[in-house]
Ligand binder design. Structure first.
Ligand code: GLU
Length: 425
């Protein structure tokens, strides 16, 4: 994100494993369960050819990490990005397991993707990469086995291509029952109303709950948002409805500040047309340092992992951080924010609205139902509010930070399932 990665030595999977170790110690998770959860069950790597627009063939590398499926089918996004690596996907796949276990959704955790520069490929190339990748995955995904969804660099269109490719590789008779192989599809092709904004909606529900708890009036407040893709843009839109204006934004191309507040609809349109916030006609260009030092009430990291290290954590002048992205704080950044008393609503809680509505989509597909937006939004609000209360209750009771509380709840669920089921044979 922007020009620098905070710590070149940063190993995301080790960071997540560190949280697991701490939570496991805290709840007294049996060693064998901790060991089972500390590595993914399956790590799949595929290499596949794609004919590019210039007629030349190029090889691509795709991954699917299936971390755990004790609570239900593997579930998680597909990331298309230049930085995609086995280690990061292992971390992200594990986080999906904790997220679903925390939310009480009957899914396990997975993550996958293709290492590619989505900004340097055409729409047609993206389609061919997606279809060939899905073909290469073959029966390693499936509606009751492993269910992909959008993530960084993918969207509803990519999910529809995955669905169509998968459906066409099964027999005619069962074809339509395969629709639930992916979630986050377009509404016409079996997606759920409310899925597009679901991750941001969940983030905003958490912010609203935090504000209620702290008697913090959101009206007239300000936010800074890093990343202006699906999560960042929708969060800005939803916050605007609550009277919170977004005064600084950033993405891979740079950072902008606009004290009157950005119009998220317009920035979103600009990003969809031009691929980034670069040359957006309002606001002034600021440095990455100035972005993090912009005084505001709320900071939403909604880009990639490892964005907030020591310098950023010292610079941030906000009252609350809600993690729209997965793993945006590195351990040093987290430590400093804790010392400075800046509260953080952790990723596996804050951004779990996405997979929650993915679950609703999956249920609708399996039952051939179509829920209206009110139904989806109502269920999501209840799920997010309850999860938020649960996490904060455990944090208070055990005198631990909300991240550790969220991990503890998730791991207690998983531990109970293992205790009840035992180890086969
Ligand atoms: N990629 C999203 C996440 O990190 C959504 C996953 C899903 O809906 O399965 O939570």
């Amino acid at each position: 994100m922007g020009e620098s990665t905070v710590e070149p030595e940063y190993r995301f999977f080790e960071v997540v494993r560190g949280y697991v170790e701490r939570a496991a110690g805290l709840i007294g998770l049996p060693d064998h369960v901790r060991d089972m959860l500390s590595e993914p069950k399956n790590e799949l790597i595929v290499h596949f050819p794609v004919v590019m627009d210039d007629g030349k063939m190029r090889m691509f590398k795709g991954y699917r990490i299936q971390h755990n499926n004790i609570l239900g089918p593997y579930k998680g996004g597909m990331r298309f990005h230049v930085s995609v690596s086995l280690d990061d996907l292992k971390a992200l796949g594990a986080m999906m397991t904790w997220k679903c276990a925390l939310m009480g959704i009957p899914f396990g955790g997975a993550k996958g993707g293709v290492k590619c520069d989505t900004r340097a490929i055409s729409h047609d190339e993206l389609r061919r990469i997606t279809r060939r990748f899905t073909h290469a995955l073959g029966s390693n995904i499936g509606p009751s086995y492993d269910i992909p969804a959008p993530d960084v660099g993918t969207n509803a269109q990519v999910m529809v291509w995955m669905m169509d490719t998968y459906m066409n590789s099964t027999g005619n008779v069962t074809k339509n029952a395969q629709r639930a192989v992916v979630t986050g599809k377009t509404v016409t092709c079996g997606g759920s109303l409310g899925r597009e904004k679901a991750t941001s909606q969940g983030v905003v529900h958490c912010i609203t709950e935090w504000a209620k708890e702290h008697r913090f009036d959101l009206e007239g407040k300000t936010a800074i948002i890093q990343g202006f893709g699906n999560v960042g843009c929708n969060a800005s839109l939803l916050l605007a409805k609550l009277g919170v204006s977004t005064i600084a934004i950033g993405d891979h191309s740079g950072y902008l500040r606009h004290d009157e507040g950005f119009n998220a609809h317009k920035v979103g349109d600009h990003v969809r047309t031009h691929g980034s916030i670069a040359n957006y006609p309002h606001g002034s260009v600021i440095s990455r340092e100035d972005f993090f030092a912009t005084p505001a009430d709320i900071f939403i990291p909604a880009a990639l992992e490892n964005q907030v290290g020591e310098a950023e954590a010292n610079a941030l002048t906000v009252s609350l951080i809600a993690e729209g992205a997965n793993g945006p704080l590195n351990p040093k950044g987290e430590e400093i924010l804790a010392q400075r008393g800046i509260p953080v609503i952790p990723d596996i809680l804050a951004n779990s609205g996405g997979v929650t509505v993915s679950y609703y989509e999956w249920v609708q597909n399996l039952r051939s139902e179509r829920w209206d937006l009110e139904e989806v939004d109502g269920r999501l609000e209840k799920a997010m509010t309850e999860a938020y209360q649960r996490v904060m209750y455990v944090a208070r009771e055990r005198k631990i930070d909300p991240r550790l509380a969220a991990y503890s709840i998730a791991m207690e669920n998983l531990g109970t399932a293992y205790a009840e089921r035992g180890i086969f044979p």
